[in-house]
Design a protein around this ligand. Structure first.
Ligand code: AMP
Length: 595
């Protein structure tokens, strides 16, 4: 590894944390957290930061950048000094909390070091109380930190290391003046690290003015995944993840699949859930005895087992050439791990597929990952029950046709001859035999009750609006108490489809009465995926093949993205503005979730 202070540095070597100068006790602590090998940005920053140098690093979320400056910061503390010694300035409240949590978990041998997050929107009195306990590290958003500086509740005269994290974001958000004020308030003797995913020209000004002879580090922003691996992602509600994975395994053609979970617990949970869905699979993680792990791997390699659910650690070094499908149910924090995961497939010139199962709110993570690997990941909806049945039927038919072509069918024809005695048609006999021999799900059974795919309300007891609605559903004519008095159409007032109140939009959803959907299911899915309360949703009307819902414009705008790939009762919601269309008119009046 070479580090220069004049030109960009390409980092390739993989030293250990101890070799970089991290104290043994801290190394042991990190290893317990699964942080054993430094990521490239850590390998590049730790040494110069421990030496007291300023650093300018181009690195983004998911590269391990927090530990890259956090570990040297924690190691360079002066235990006797109770002032704020480490300052991290970040653009958003979310990042402040995330960095605070990360630094608290990394501090290991210095458990007395208090790390405090200061951000806008949080109560001042709570922050003042926390400040009175003398935190040695403060992670702050610029605006709130300036407020504290002006009130005199924060002093930065003890700061030894200051960090500007996601500096480009801070400048984008218009925090340049605040950042400069903060940098003027820390002692001139401080060490400064500036981290940024991009290096726009505005950053150069900050660098020239505040960084002293910095070590410049550029981590290649994109980590190439093997081009032989086709990468896709799908979206499923967390409680339906196992069902989604089971359906993917049903429709994807594959020889052997590895499904990655982050923890042993999720690994076991998913294995059991998949087994309940009829998938023959085994778990592979560190709690299993060595011989049990070897047996699982051997069976996978021999083709006796096609699906294994593994943790990253247990799958490390696993080389199974037939492996052609990798499913990731939880995106690893450190994005390099994702690249390692998909590197298990598409080896030696073979092709492979990677499918990432995300939650409806993981859009940001997906974008960070796409930036990291430098290529887009294609969306693929969770297969519908019909698609699953179609795939299963295809395999079943193939087996029958192959047997008919290859096997000696004469002895079995005699059996058929006996069956056709009387006036039973051969085709009916064949159909009966197919029914006897078919595995589960070859013929789609339209559920009388909604499938397990239905999103359940998130709380044990239904929220009041759902309860009200469920009571209403049991009545022949329905009216929902509206957001304000007088907005409810009285009984007998007739349907008012597609005529929303001002500021509201009527959106149509691709699931209807024929799919046995209930308004409660729609409410549950929408409140969960859009992260809105019940009361934000207006009247729902069920038609045979679709339904409509009144929502505020702001929510309507978010619906297509937030509900992408989400299905209820096996139907994608596919939200779009409802149009008055004669073809879509209900044959009988709509069922309503009244206002
Ligand atoms: P960051 O880029 O700092 O947001 O870190 C992303 C994730 O990577 C966090 O969940 C860290 O705990 C994890 N992480 C950081 N360094 C390492 C490492 N050397 N090995 C494995 N995971 C790491």
């Amino acid at each position: 590894m070479t580090i220069e202070n004049t030109s960009d540095t390409d980092v390739v070597a993989e030293p250990s944390f101890a070799q970089l100068g991290i104290a043994p006790a801290l190394c042991t602590h990190l290893a317990a957290l699964g942080i054993e090998t430094p990521t490239p940005v850590q390998a590049a920053t730790i040494v110069p930061l421990l030496q007291g140098r300023d650093v300018l690093a181009q690195a983004q979320t998911g590269t391990g950048k927090t530990a890259a400056y956090g570990l040297p910061m924690l190691q360079r503390f002066e235990p006797a000094d109770s002032r704020i010694q480490g300052l991290v300035v970040v653009p958003t409240r979310e990042l402040a909390l995330q960095v605070c949590k990360a630094l608290s978990s990394y501090r290991g041998e210095a458990p007395n070091t208090q790390v405090l997050a200061l951000y806008g929107g949080d109560s001042f009195s709570k922050q003042l109380h926390a400040l009175s306990k003398h935190p040695q590290v403060v992670v702050a958003t610029p605006g709130r930190l300036i407020d504290h500086l002006e009130r005199g509740s924060v002093r930065l005269d003890g700061v030894r290391m200051a960090v500007l994290d996601e500096a480009d974001e801070m400048l984008n958000m218009g925090f340049l003046d605040d950042v400069e004020k903060i940098l003027e308030a820390v002692p001139a003797s401080r060490q400064l690290a500036l981290l940024s995913a991009t290096m726009p020209s505005e950053i150069a000004g900050l660098v020239d003015q505040y960084l002293r002879d910095p070590v410049r580090i550029r981590i290649d922003a994109t980590v190439k995944a093997a081009p032989t691996v086709s990468q896709r992602y799908t979206i499923a509600l967390p409680e339906l993840r196992a069902e989604a994975v089971a359906r993917l395994l049903d429709v994807e053609p594959f020889e052997a699949a590895l499904i990655f979970a982050r923890t042993k617990a999720t690994c076991d949970e998913l294995t059991e859930a998949l087994q309940r869905h009829g998938v023959a699979c085994e778990a592979l993680h560190g709690d299993l005895a060595q011989t049990a792990r070897e047996t699982v791997v051997r069976r996978l390699r021999d083709g006796r087992l096609r699906v294994v659910v593994a943790t990253d650690v247990a799958a490390r070094g696993l080389d199974v050439p037939v492996l052609d499908l990798v499913v990731t149910i939880e995106l690893p924090g450190e994005l390099g791990t994702y690249v390692h995961r998909i590197g298990r497939t598409g080896r030696a010139g073979r092709t492979g597929t990677s499918i990432l199962v995300l939650g409806p709110r993981d859009e940001r993570k997906l974008r960070a990952l796409e930036r990291y690997i430098g290529q887009p990941i294609k969306f693929q909806p969770v297969p519908s029950p019909e698609e699953v049945a179609h795939a299963k039927q295809g395999r079943f038919v193939e087996r029958i046709r192959a047997l008919a072509a290859e096997a000696d069918t004469a002895p079995w024809k005699a059996v058929i001859d006996r069956c056709v005695e009387g006036d039973v048609a051969v085709a009916d006999i064949a159909a009966a035999l197919a029914r006897l021999a078919a595995p589960r799900g070859v013929v789609p059974v339209l559920p009388e009750k909604p499938l397990a795919v239905e999103p359940k309300p998130l709380r044990d007891a239904p929220p009041p609006a759902v309860e009200r609605q469920q009571a209403e559903e049991r009545r022949p004519t329905r009216t929902k108490p509206g957001p304000g008095p007088g907005s409810a159409p009285g009984p007998g007032q007739g349907p008012r489809p597609f005529e929303p109140p001002p500021g509201q939009v009527v959106m149509s959803l691709g699931v209807g009465r024929r799919n046995n959907v209930t308004p409660a299911q729609i409410v549950a899915a929408l409140t969960h995926c859009l992260n809105v309360p019940n009361r934000a949703l207006g009247r729902i009307e069920l038609y045979d093949n679709f339904s409509t819902i009144e929502v505020p414009e702001e929510i309507a705008r978010r619906m297509p993205l937030a509900l992408r790939g989400v299905d209820i009762c096996g139907r994608f919601l596919n939200p779009r503005p409802a149009q008055r269309n004669a073809d879509e008119a209900p044959r009988r009046g709509p069922d309503r979730r009244p206002r």
